[in-house]
Write a protein that binds this ligand. Structure first.
Ligand code: ATP
Length: 301
């Protein structure tokens, strides 16, 4: 019996040793070894006197798939410890659109520009293959789906979900390889691995499988939503617009007031030198300010 088969027999409630032995036709000592091996591979398997079970809310296929309501995630690879779910998905050459890879832990999780995404056990780390038919508003669409699913926090342009106090709850990574689009998402559900990070558990109790299913269902509708509706929803959840910002781009530092989003999802910033359209950069948020700013309309960079 493979470890995948053994994993598929477990549920969120205890399965007794006698039942496991009977179903697998395997002696208890051998099963105990195989279950320990699953733990070593990074799966949240609990092995105790009554028998074995998965930690409640574990997004194993037998728990996640019945919760799915749409097409996303139907092709699913559930993994223990991997370097990066983005890399596993990119190497999955037959992955159909909507394919999902999720890992319990990443040793080389990444954010934008090769930055590290800390990925200890207890959180959600997954990648979704979105095929080729994806527009430039994807990060906004994903952000709205994420904040709807978590029901906590605000969106920081371009790719973060922040807790109400400004700590980071989740991140979105969009990678394009040729015309193929790979979406990576990390959400701190149980563990905040940095002082600047927050965990959803601090605000709301939710099981990971439920949260993931809610997100996939929400994303499916936001992916086909009209652009004007996406803009309106993103702005409703934004913590960026109407704030002073300092943005570090590859070339320069831009300081001003974040006014609005442009037609392609870029950030419109009112600066002393006029209106700037920022397509990417690191954003530091400052104080809130009235957006009726005298700089509006003074030209574009
Ligand atoms: P910043 O948040 O500094 O503006 P960014 O939005 O570009 O940067 P990402 O590329 O999305 O950041 O994510 C990487 C950064 O997020 C890391 O440099 C680190 O500061 C922070 N980080 C890493 N892991 C986590 C995590 N699990 N939770 C919250 N923040 C994290």
């Amino acid at each position: 019996m493979t470890s995948e088969q053994l994993l598929s027999l477990l549920s969120e409630t205890w399965t007794s040793w006698s039942e496991l032995c009977r179903v697998t036709k395997t002696p208890q000592a051998e099963l105990a070894r195989a279950l320990r091996e699953l733990q070593v591979q990074g799966f949240p398997v609990m092995v105790e006197e009554p028998g074995a079970r998965l930690a409640p809310g574990t997004p194993a296929p037998q728990i996640l798939l019945p919760l799915l309501r749409g097409k996303l995630g139907r092709s699913y690879r559930y993994l223990g410890t991997v370097p990066s779910t983005q890399d596993v998905l990119r190497a999955w050459s037959e992955a159909p659109a909507g394919a999902l890879v999720l890992a319990e832990r990443q040793t080389k999780g990444r954010g934008r520009m090769g930055r590290v995404w800390e990925s200890p056990p207890g959180n959600l780390y997954f990648s979704l293959f979105l095929g080729e038919d994806v527009d430039d508003l994807l990060p906004l669409r994903v952000g709205v789906a994420l904040v709807e699913a978590t029901q906590v926090g605000y969106l920081k342009w371009p790719n973060d979900l922040l807790a109400p106090d400004g700590r980071k709850l989740g991140g979105i990574l969009v990678e394009r390889v040729g015309t193929r689009v790979f979406l990576g998402v990390g959400v701190n559900v149980e563990i905040a691995p940095l002082p600047t990070a927050a965990a959803l558990r601090e605000f709301r109790s939710v099981q990971r499988a439920t949260l993931l299913a809610d997100f996939l269902w929400s994303l499916e509708s936001w992916l086909s939503e009209k652009r004007s509706v996406v803009f309106a929803a993103w702005k409703k959840h934004s913590i960026t617009l109407g704030r002073r910002v300092v943005i570090q781009t590859a070339r320069e530092r831009i300081e001003g007031l974040a006014l609005d989003l442009g037609l392609n999802g870029e950030l419109l910033v009112s600066t002393q030198r006029g209106l700037r359209r920022v397509t990417t950069g690191d954003v530091e948020l400052g104080a809130a300010q009235d957006v009726e700013d005298p700089q509006i309309g003074q030209g574009q960079a």
